[in-house]
Write a protein that binds this ligand. Sequence first.
Ligand code: XMP
Length: 486
Amino acid sequence: MKIRPTKGLTFDDVLLIPKRSPIASRREVDTSTFLTPAIRLHIPIISANMDTVTEARMAIAMARAGGIGILHRFMTIERQVHQVQEVKRAQGFIVENPYTIRPDATLEEAQKMLDTYHIGGLIVADENGRMVGILTQRDILLPTPDVTLVRQAMTPAERVVSASRGISFDEARRLLYEHRIEKLPVLDDDGRAVGLITARDLVKLERLPHITMDERGRLRVGAAIGVRESEMERAEALLEAGADVLVLDIAHGHADHCIAMLKRLRKRFPEAQIIAGNVASREGARDLAEAGADAVKVGIGPGSICTTRIVTGFGVPQLTAIMDSAEGIRESGRDIPIIADGGIRNSGDMVKALAAGASTVMIGSLFAGCEEAPGAPVLRDGQKVKVVRGMASLGAAMGRWAAEHAEDESAEDPVDWSKVVPEGVEAVVPYRGNVSEILYQLVGGLRSALSYGGAHNIRELQENAEFIEITPAGVRESGPHDVQRA
Ligand code: XMP
């Protein structure tokens, strides 16, 4: 047994000492960073792979804002793949392999597809995959009673303006404008629709220069996987669907089976970007870095819904965990980023995590109340709230069981739930509107912080960072005090 002589510190234990600043305006600073060495983000913020935080809708909003979302893994492989595809199709210069429908399908079937995939149009293709027309939401809005089939409502191919593979952004823009059309199918030499360009996507791309995009102009998205051998299949399917990064995510990432899985993934998918975690020590970060991780996720028990520290007695206060992990990564000789995961309540916490050595922060509860998080808001005591739950909570375990057995009507609940030892809680958080509003505040705080830190960017913030430990009196002084909140 040994006891470490230095104290473990977390966000509230410290402040950053202001530095002489060359920054005259918050506009001069650069908030960009790296998620992994190959993935650049405009803002250092990631939405957590929790089932009350990140599914496709949140991932889309995060990437559009310059961050990224990590899809949780507590769903079937098919559903997670579908979510990756939904993000990938949400935007891009060319939507590849657009959804198609047969001309003899009913309008009802077409509507169902439009709703399921949240899209505004379908390519109508014959049995050989050749485009015979296009069908948009407008075509089926108010059909007369005799119009029931796609063939009757579609715009036939001879009236459709199309493009061929290799069309440039500017050419597509010109064609869409010249013909005043919203959709431009991209056809191969045999007349098969291999892509779709939409006016909406081009406008979005032009208006949002800082979105997190892959080389094809599609939004980037990450997806979590587990550590079991069977998860190889999930990894392969996710990468195949276009996931930009995999997050090998288990509660105690500094474990032989996690390291072994990481090595297997690395070997099988040498080109893939793989994040691994969670760890909270120098050795943990070093071992994952040495095993081939492209970034290490740090945090054991700092999260708002975590009870790991109470249930097990293990954990490291988050600021110390980040600093120790940074040392471990240096020791490994690799230059890979740290993701500070959990416990971020405001922009100040984020800035401290970054200054301590993280390149990005992962956020759960703060985003769980957003419109884009899964689940609808409910009213509690007259206030709109949304549910957030730890992925190791009893509710999450029950939810997973229910989801796995959703199709199986005969399945009786065989689990003795009293035997589960949860390491997380379920809670509610205030409904917070769109995540872009929270991100605006977080990034605004970061910009201001860079100026206080005399830094043009996050790297300079880290180089200049000087923390000062504070007392409980200092904590009290740091918040609003001796006034009545309006
Ligand atoms: P915040 O504070 O942003 O933290 O809500 C999100 C992170 O918390 C972790 N997490 C858990 N940790 N038991 C835990 O000990 C749990 O049930 C649990 N669920 C999530 C996770 O790292 C997440 O990103």
